[in-house]
Design a binder for this molecule. Sequence first.
Ligand SMILES: NC(=O)c1ccc[n+]([C@@H]2O[C@H](COP(=O)([O-])OP(=O)(O)OC[C@H]3O[C@@H](n4cnc5c(N)ncnc54)[C@H](O)[C@@H]3O)[C@@H](O)[C@H]2O)c1
Length: 442
Amino acid sequence: MTKNTIANDLLYGRKKICFFGIGYIGFTSAIAYASKGVKVLAYDIEPTRVELFREGKTSVPNLREWLGFDPTVLARHGLLDATTDWQDLIVPENNVFVVAVPTEKNGFPFKDYVMDVLEKIATTKTKHPLILIESTISMNFLPDIIYPILCRGLGLGNFSVGVIPRRDWFDEDSSHTLKNMPRVVGVDNDTMREEIENIVRIVSPDVRRASSCKIACLTKQVENCIRMIEIGTAIQLSNAYPRTGMLEALNLAGQKWNIPTLFGSCRVSGYCLNIAPLYLQLSAEHPEELTLLSAALQTNDNQPAIVAQAIANRGVKKVLILGLSYKADVPVWTESPSIQLSKNLEHLGIETRVHDPYFSAQIIKEKCGIEGVEGDFLQLIPDYDAIVLISGHREYKSIPKTSLLNAMKNTKLIIDNDGSWDRIDFGVIEYQRIGTPGWRGE
Ligand SMILES: NC(=O)c1ccc[n+]([C@@H]2O[C@H](COP(=O)([O-])OP(=O)(O)OC[C@H]3O[C@@H](n4cnc5c(N)ncnc54)[C@H](O)[C@@H]3O)[C@@H](O)[C@H]2O)c1
């Protein structure tokens, strides 16, 4: 006889787990549950995502590779269902609801999507639903929106909330997975703590207990805050010692056991590192004490202008920026360095175009405010005298070196944001990273 727990109800197919939002986080989490035999019912406002989900597919590029297996098999086993009608989820037999909707808009924390789905969940007639928040939230969201909405709809004490932030990451390094990363779980209700932890253990066996939901929120923010300050320090050091070769010093310093390997860049972006610390500022009891964090965020915001000036110092006339994504093969433009950098370059009178295999020219124009370009980037390169490689997409990295060098006959300067081309000998072309000797061109 299996124990009568909610985790076992899910594992033995007696109950479904319900997801609100099936983007990066919701899709991968839902697939992780289904791969353990749990039936998933998902809701998303995007009909294409819903349709694809039913077949075990997603419109988010490269997630299939990251998963390391083909999730369509889960659809064939009848484990995946999805709908654009949220009422399908709010039926009395469903009692586990996972919230995985965005919590940022235009570079700032944003509550409305979470409020929207909570208002929906709060209409359920289920006896004691469990609401698991995977979205990154400020701890203030709990007293400001989450508990008031749920109390209004369901009544105090008739539900439990778990905060279960994600810290795995979608890169080529598959060691950072849901399964093998320790997972912080905070629950405010002592009676339901074990139940919620066991539900999370189905996909993340190494659960680390936070004493409350607030502490679980705070942990995620602290992780991002520390990382942001570290990276801000690397940027400041690279800017302060432009002639000496700070990149090499940062690399060597990173060999010490208690120092991470850091490098300066054009800007940290995406919605984790530079937006999540804003949640920390929002909820701090003494926000004025967070001066290191404020300085790191400010340094980050100023960096595209410094890089643009470094390019202008070389008398460059035309710049091609490769990549709008903030990270290799992740088609997310949020807070991309290319947005500000292209504006700064144009402001300095340098004609600038942005290319990215994951975005159309129209999207690039919408985001950057300048013309985007499409097509084979090798064909475009000869028209420009400087290339800034922002995103280390496979398309840019896995290119035969001779083809790249042949295309660069008119190139005077290359700025390589994350070192994707650092193994290539560019000969007479000036190749710089943020922090290589002389990078600011002064
Ligand atoms: N992407 C990451 O690496 C990562 C890592 C940790 C935490 N997070 C956090 O997870 C949350 C989700 O991020 P993501 O990367 O999955 O975003 P995403 O944009 O990839 O996916 C969000 C999904 O939610 C859907 N959605 C939006 N509003 C909705 C609504 N009102 N109802 C139902 N569905 C709605 C969207 O259509 C989309 O499919 C955010 O809080 C983010 O900060 C993301």
